[in-house]
Design a protein. Structure first.
Length: 78
C-alpha cells in the first residue's frame, strides 16, 4: 500500500471512529469536503500542513496520527 493510501485510510478510520462525516471534518479542518474525500481515497498527495489541520480537527497529535501499524510497514525496493 502506498503512503497516500495509508494516510487516507488512517484519516477515514479516525473520522469514522468519532462518528464524523466528511463534511464535519472538512468544516473543522477548514478544507473542502471533496478534498477530504480524495485524500481518503488515496488520490491526493496531501501536504504535512493539511495532515496537521486534519489531525487537529480530529483531536489527535501528529505522533498519534502516525502511531498505527500501517506506517510501520516497510516498502521493499525491486
Amino acid at each position: 500500500m502506498d503512503v497516500k493510501a495509508k494516510i487516507g485510510q488512517r484519516i477515514k478510520e479516525l473520522r469514522e471512529a468519532q462518528g464524523k462525516s466528511q463534511k464535519d471534518l472538512s468544516y473543522a479542518a477548514d478544507l473542502d469536503r471533496s478534498y477530504i474525500a480524495s485524500v481518503e481515497n488515496g488520490q491526493r498527495n496531501i501536504s504535512i500542513v493539511n495532515i496537521e489541520k486534519i489531525a487537529t480537527a480530529l483531536g489527535v497529535t501528529l505522533k498519534e496520527f502516525f502511531k498505527d501499524a500501517k506506517f510501520n510497514e516497510h516498502k521493499t525496493r525491486s
